[in-house]
Ligand binder design. Structure first.
Ligand code: PRP
Length: 207
């Protein structure tokens, strides 16, 4: 499984803002937006492009665009804070939505929403979720996508735990991971350590 860690100095700076327990909700959201720009930028580095001739005010040249823009799928709630940045870089991208909440005791994902195109055959998909902890939520999401024919899925995550990466690797699902950090481990509550806390609560407040 391809795992790309984006450790650019600016990404590290934004991630540090997100980790800091003193960071308020609004500042956290702004740092998440900035960091998502960098993650998407890296995730699309090798994306196929289509060309078409164009005229600058001076001369004729070649223009470029993404040949096959990905479907963006934020995992609610926390993935919502990554949508704005992903759409800013790929305004032509369409969107689907998945709602999952992790059960606090079992740590298993409980689905509550699914709004996806019927067929994902031949469409790249970017799943937006800041946290890859046990990997259960991401696996569940990717299975929803592959059932609809997706075979090219990218998980865009701010943080990943080694356990979550291993979980996805073991699943054999067609996914690659782009993240700003692979942290140390999970704690007994299946929170990423050192992590940043609960990415949903830190953006929107506790539920
Ligand atoms: C968090 C996070 C992921 C999931 C990761 O969401 O945003 O979706 O947990 O955990 P996993 O890898 O162990 O499955 P949460 O269930 O807290 O919901 P929220 O986004 O509504 O806060």
């Amino acid at each position: 499984m391809d795992v790309r860690v984006v450790d650019h100095p600016l990404a590290r700076a934004r991630l540090s803002t997100m980790r800091d327990a003193r960071t308020d909700n609004a500042t956290f959201r702004a740092a998440l937006r900035d960091l998502t720009l960098m993650l998407i930028y890296e995730a699309t580095r090798d994306a196929p492009v289509a060309t078409a001739p164009l005229h600058t005010p001076v001369a004729r040249t070649t223009g470029y665009r993404l040949a096959n823009p990905p479907l963006l799928v934020p995992v609610l709630r926390a993935g919502l804070g990554m949508v704005d940045a992903a759409q800013a870089l790929m305004p032509e991208a369409q969107m689907g939505f998945v709602g999952l909440a992790r059960d606090e005791k079992t740590h298993l994902p409980v689905p509550y929403m699914e709004s996806l195109p019927e067929s994902l055959d031949g469409r790249p998909v970017f799943v937006l979720d800041p946290m890859l902890a046990t990997g259960g939520s991401m696996e569940h999401t990717i299975r929803m996508l592959t059932e609809r024919g997706a075979s090219d899925v990218t998980a865009i995550c701010v943080l990943a735990a080694p356990e979550g990466v291993a979980h996805l690797e073991g699943s054999g699902l067609p996914v690659r991971v782009v993240t700003a950090s692979i942290d140390e481990r999970l704690n007994d509550s299946a929170f990423i350590v050192p992590g940043l806390g609960d990415a949903g609560d830190r953006q929107f407040g506790a539920v």
